[in-house]
Unconditional design. Structure first.
Length: 374
């Protein structure tokens, strides 16, 4: 059973740490000995190495993924008086990042199959009175599945808005061969400890191919300084720590292999759940390579299934139970965004991480079957 299997005794953040513990200890000791703890050689090296991994011109390390969203908007001078479109089915961090920039988040619906921003819903929003003042959309590649970039770009071009990416859950995913994180004008990443590329604390980054934008981001993340003690523009403190950068350099070395392992385990789930009467397995759009930050199924009897899985000690979770347009902080709108609302009622994230065994996936599937027969 579950508790007897070593692969279940550790959840992802700790398993990821254990898998690299010797290298991490060396990297952290190196930082401790260096006398430099913030925005030093480790951050600069991580920025170069992660830019090379993505195939992006520039990566700017910041303190969190939420800050990355705020800072990319600030760098584009999108703030008070502007609106920014966010998919209604997404973590609240996305809307929080927009709010922190001074702009107002407005919500569009998602596509049923991929849980990502729906081009038709974006178009309808931009044509409606709520579309007034929209300057940009933050496209979230939710759970690691790339959004319909071509469809969204067509709508954005027609309405003259900027497309930005949120890749907090999609490190290593590809859209028609192109790495996500290189599609938008600027791109936010989170390295929160549960992410596919995970720090041992908070960290984030903005990637862009625009050198001028990158320079502005570097100023904004540290008080608006280009030159020390001279604030040229309004800035904040959102610096990346040397310790986190050193940790991320170690983990980056394993990212490709880890994503491959996630895909292998996801394929095992797909094969086992394909004919299920209880859940619908996730679909992958043609031309997309999923990064499987989460393996998310839909279930009509979601709450009953969650209860059953909890009783069987399966660490499943619901990401996310309340769509953003229903959240009190973001307007508490009663407008209907049907697919987002349906998703919030139906989704379950099944356990999936690169250190999990095939036996553990089988254990989850068997527990689901017992629910099917209950
Ligand atoms: C899609 C998405 N965007 C933004 C964030 C915010 O990142 P952070 O927690 O590093 O601020 C997260 C993570 O929580 C996320 O999953």
């Amino acid at each position: 059973m579950l508790s007897a299997s070593p692969s279940w005794s550790l959840l992802y953040p700790q398993a990821d740490q254990r898998a690299h513990s010797a290298e991490l200890a060396d990297a952290m000791q190196r930082v401790c000995d260096s006398g430099s703890y913030i925005l030093g050689v480790e951050v600069a090296a991580f920025e170069r190495e992660y830019a090379a991994f993505l195939g992006a011109a520039e990566v700017v390390g910041v303190a969190s993924g939420t800050d990355a969203i705020e800072l990319m908007l600030r760098a584009l001078e999108i703030g008070a008086g502007s609106r920014v479109v966010v998919p209604a089915f997404a973590p609240s961090a996305v809307a929080a990042g927009v709010t922190r920039s001074g702009a107002e988040p407005v919500f569009a619906d998602i596509e049923r199959d991929t849980f990502t921003l729906c081009p038709a819903s974006l178009d309808a929003l931009l044509r409606s009175p709520r579309g007034y003042g929209v300057k940009a959309a933050v496209v979230v590649h939710l759970y690691g599945h790339p959004a319909d970039w071509a469809g969204l770009q067509r709508v954005a071009d027609e309405h003259g808005i900027v497309l930005l990416e949120d890749c907090a859950q999609a490190h290593g995913a590809r859209w028609h061969g192109r790495m996500v994180g290189t599609l938008g004008r600027a791109v936010a990443f989170s390295f929160y400890p549960t992410k596919n590329l995970a720090a041992l604390g908070d960290a984030g980054a903005v990637a862009t191919n625009d050198a001028v934008l990158a320079e502005r981001l570097r100023m904004i993340r540290q008080y608006g300084w280009r030159q020390r003690h001279v604030s040229e523009c309004a800035g904040v403190n959102s610096r990346m720590d040397e310790l986190q950068a050193a940790v991320l350099r170690v983990k980056l070395g394993a990212l490709r292999a880890n994503i491959e392992q996630r895909r292998k385990l996801a394929a095992q789930y797909d094969a086992r759940l394909g004919g299920s009467r209880v859940v619908t397995a996730p679909r992958v759009r043609k031309g997309c390579e999923h990064a499987y930050h989460q393996y998310v199924v839909r279930a009509e009897r979601r709450d009953a299934l969650m209860k059953h899985l909890q009783q069987e000690q399966i660490p499943a979770a619901v990401h996310y139970p309340l769509p953003l347009h229903r959240q009190p902080a973001f307007g508490g709108s009663q407008d209907s965004l049907l697919e987002s609302e349906r998703a919030a009622e139906m989704v379950i994230s099944l356990p999936l991480h690169p250190y999990m065994s095939e036996d553990a996936v089988e254990t989850v599937c068997e527990a689901m079957e017992r629910f099917g027969h209950a």
